[in-house]
Design a protein. Structure first.
Length: 261
């Protein structure tokens, strides 16, 4: 196993810090050089030129050391399981709950996907370039402290509109039918446009169903109450929506129904 990216970055950060201090010395020597020229202090002028040359030489060497010290194979590390494992380990050390789900990580209420080719991660739909594990987990902690931006009322109306279409194809009345429509069918209706399934994945949809369920917002503008009935069909992976709850437990959803109170 390659050295962790956290340790590799920490070493390079330390090397860069040494180079930064060398750069500070260069700036200091150049200020003295400029002051000697400004004052016409010829004796000091020659002295400051020598000191500045030495400082610049030292800076060039320190920068070379820092740049050559970064030999981390980031593409291979991000593409394999090492980076994923490091994120999970760092999260555990920092007291943050992160769980694996399919090809994503779930850190309530966010879905995280690693983008190896881009040297980035995707938190919901936002790309993040800062992927140093300790920094990433700190960022997630900060995000979790903010109010959830999910709008259950808006999502509920979208579900009802898709549900109405699904029910109408079954030649039944829309209201108070208690027809159970598989959530997978609702998802397909919501992502009919080309490319929509890439913009809004099944995992995101399932997460939003869970957030709606947890919000206790259940009544549409027309007064219909939503429910999420289970079914023996939940045994079929293709017909179920699986989420990881905030507590880290697996929860399955199968169908959706709307009915009058």
């Amino acid at each position: 196993m390659e050295i962790s990216i956290e340790k590799a970055l920490a070493k390079t950060e330390s090397d860069a810090d040494i180079a930064f201090k060398a750069a500070t010395a260069v700036v200091s020597s150049l200020k003295k050089f400029r002051a000697a020229a400004h004052n016409g202090d010829l004796r000091e002028l020659r002295k400051t030129i020598d000191v500045a040359e030495q400082a610049i030489t030292a800076l060039r060497q320190q920068f070379t050391n820092a740049s050559e010290g970064w030999k981390f194979n980031e593409e291979a590390y991000l593409s394999g399981n090492d980076f994923l494992s490091e994120i999970l380990e760092t999260a555990q050390q920092m007291g943050v709950k992160i769980f694996e789900q399919d090809d994503r990580l779930y850190c309530y209420p966010f879905l995280i996907r690693i983008l190896p080719n881009e040297r980035a991660i995707l938190i919901d739909k936002k790309r993040e370039r800062g992927i140093r594990p300790s920094i990433l987990i700190s960022h997630l902690i900060k995000l979790q402290s903010k109010p959830v931006r999910f709008k259950p009322e808006v999502f509920l109306e979208s579900l009802y509109n898709a549900y109405s279409i699904a029910v109408s194809t079954r030649q039944k009345e829309r209201a108070n039918t208690r027809v159970v429509v598989p959530l997978s069918e609702i998802y397909d209706l919501l992502t009919l446009l080309p490319g929509q399934s890439r913009e809004y994945s099944r995992q995101e949809f399932a997460r939003d169903i869970y957030l709606l369920d947890q919000s206790r917002v259940a009544k549409t503008k027309k007064g219909l109450i939503v429910s999420f009935p289970a079914s023996t069909a939940t045994k079929s992976a293709s017909n179920t929506m699986t989420v990881i709850t905030q507590a880290g437990q697996e929860k399955k959803y199968y169908g959706i129904s709307f009915a009058n109170e």
